[in-house]
Ligand binder design. Sequence first.
Ligand SMILES: [Zn+2]
Length: 359
Amino acid sequence: MRLFTCLVVFSSLLVAQSHQTNNVILFTADGLRWQDLFTGIDATLMNQKEASMKDAKERRDRYWRATPEDRRSQLMPFFWNELASRGAIYGNVTKGSSMTVTNAFRVSYPGYAEMLTGHAQDAVIDGNVDFQNPSETVLEFARQKLKLDRSQVALFASWNAFLHIGESKPGTITINAGYQAFDGTPRMRDLSRGQFLALSPWDEERHDYFTFEMAMEYLKAVKPRVLFISFDETDDWAHDKRYDRVLDSIHYLDQCLRELFATLDAMPEYKGSTSVIVTTDHGRGSKLDDWSDHGKKVAGAEQVWMAIAGPDTPARGEMTNAPEIHQRDIAPTILDLLGIDPAGMKGVAGSPVQVKRNQ
Ligand SMILES: [Zn+2]
């Protein structure tokens, strides 16, 4: 009997110790296809004038290799050579791992809302609507549950729509999205000025460079517990049928991930206590005539992917022959990682993925 009690106490200590996440960073790349993430430069597109690849010999030479594994490592060396060995990567349908969106629209607002609220809201968010998210987001809920100051939950996004996607009650969290000034350190003020000088080709999305640099400056200065960094150029260049620039944007994302992890590992507030989730809002087509597009009618646009790395995620690398997971699982996963019961958040239909103590 005494031995039994000891075992119970010992195992509950193990359970308590196994939860080490104190901070969560969510990083998204809009409409980044699983095809490019898992198999690298696409043979269907890489010689095509219609994909702006006719004169892109330098990119073909740089990224083309004989196998999908070698191609993806050329395109995303940090992601595949380092991040993958620190966590789990879902969504390679060619290896029996599928992650899909459950919203019917397969465009951005419904996708981000699904990942942030834990459920699809098809009746209200039926496209890229321009009104406030009607449901509380995981960012708002985590702030309330952890009793955090508004500055401790922050969102930096290239797309201005995040001003209403990120929160249901304006002002609950810190949001900087699209072309929007932000104050802070001298470097933050320089970056804030720079975004209005080095303009992207689009009115609603600033360059990802400014989003990333501003988010990193905020991370170092304010040390938020929850940070969401959202890139957009992988989607924008694809719509413009510039596969050459899509490749550049994916490669840039990889460099940013390297810098993010190096920064986290160098800061005592984050080292060993931070979980990072990298994902996308929707897929897109796989053929020459639909790769640039997505939405309800585009075959395969429901396929997405996700990487999780951190102290509570077993290092399994690329998942193979795994049960299907969904975009709506992201919000409950974030809560579970932070030690908050996802059942307490209204409307959540997904389930937490890949946390040690659930196994
Ligand atoms: Zn799009």
